[in-house]
Ligand binder design. Structure first.
Ligand code: MRU
Length: 352
């Protein structure tokens, strides 16, 4: 098991325990999160991050906001559920799993008949299902993706789409973990992923402690290691995928995809169907989070840029579908994604 990123502790009432990912790799601090406001702050400040983990955190956050409302009547409870969902939906804009999980919870609340207590019972079951499904889905993504990895091959990854970004095995790192379980030797080059260094702080941390051969590089070295012939495949995660297969993922992913194409290296995106947004025709519609200037100007605990200089800090970029060799999902590989193949996969998975 790589790491226990997030879990619900106790029954009802209970609270959430999650690894504060802002403290890694220096210390592995587990936070007890007891209120919806605390969960909002954890998502916003990236204590919990990565699209699937954000979805689980949102579902659990909603529970924190409603679990004590047993005595309320049905309408009152539904109103509170909608209010909490709308509040949590403002925590971050790009990873669609946040909205997917909140919509799923709100839909469950309206579907269940009965009193406030009955609705809350249903929400507990739904959040538990989202949590358990994430584990199973990551394992399936791992199994599908592992078939793409030959024994002895080397993978390059960007950001962190591992256990820390999900409940369990991750998305982009799941094929690596499954391949290892199958007895294959897989090496990983991890981009450090400026500005917040998810690759250095999180991917290198979790792979290293899982016994996977990982080599950390600065982002501007990806071209060099590809040129040197060291990389057999690129595996990345996704925050949102449009209907045509365009992929939003951590800033820098687009550049890696361009480099992979130039060097003839397959570029795979690994993501659950919950990361697809059928409402968005192309990546141009996906909202891109902009984060604070200090992440760039003071990223290493000290100022590295002059005071007063203008800074632009988009947290994600869009990789066009034409650069994507395939999308690894729990219902199989979408080769050369396009509107038809994406729709077919979503239908296979019962999403459409
Ligand atoms: O800003 P973050 O750390 O939440 O960004 C995370 C990523 O971009 C991941 O690659 C993506 O969510 C996939 S996680 C399985």
């Amino acid at each position: 098991m790589p790491v226990a990123t997030i879990l619900w502790e106790g029954g009802r009432p209970g609270h959430v325990r999650l690894i504060d990912q802002t403290r890694l790799p220096l210390e592995c601090v587990v936070l007890d999160v007891r209120t919806v406001e605390e969960m909002f702050a954890c998502i916003r400040r990236l204590a919990v991050r990565g699209a699937p983990a954000i979805g689980v955190a949102a579902a659990f956050g909603l529970l924190l906001g409603v679990q004590h409302l047993d005595e309320r009547d049905r309408e009152d409870t539904l109103g509170r559920v909608r209010e909490m969902a709308a509040y949590l939906a403002k925590s971050r804009p790009t990873a669609v799993n946040l909205f997917w999980a909140l919509e799923r919870m709100a839909a469950r609340a309206t579907r269940d008949y009965g009193t406030g207590a009955g609705i809350i019972d249903g929400l507990f079951a739904e959040a538990r299902a989202i949590f358990e499904e994430d584990k199973a889905i990551c394992r399936r993504i791992g199994a599908v993706g592992a078939e793409l990895l030959k024994d002895g091959c080397t993978v390059l990854t960007h950001c962190n789409a591992g256990g820390l970004a999900t409940v369990d095995y991750g998305t982009a790192l799941a094929p690596v973990y499954v391949a290892k379980d199958q007895g294959k030797t897989i090496r990983v080059f991890a981009d450090e992923t400026r500005p917040l260094l998810q690759g250095a702080r999180l991917t290198a941390w979790e792979l290293h402690r899982s016994g996977i051969d990982v080599t950390l590089i600065a982002d501007n070295m990806a071209a060099r290691v590809m040129f040197e012939g060291r990389i057999d495949a690129v595996l990345v995660g996704a925050d949102r995928i449009a209907r045509n297969g365009d992929v939003a993922n951590k800033i820098g992913t687009y550049g890696v995809a361009v480099l992979a194409r130039e060097h003839g290296i397959p570029f795979y995106v690994c993501a659950p169907l919950s990361t697809f947004d059928a409402r968005m025709a192309t990546g141009a519609e996906i909202p891109i989070e902009e984060r604070g200037a200090e992440e760039i100007a003071c990223g290493f605990g000290q100022r590295t840029a002059p005071e007063g200089v203008r800074i632009y800090n988009p947290a994600f970029d869009i990789t066009p579908a034409r650069l994507v060799t395939g999308i690894v999902t729990e219902v199989g590989l979408i080769e050369g994604p396009n509107p038809q193949s994406v729709e077919a996969a979503l239908r296979r998975g019962g999403v459409l």
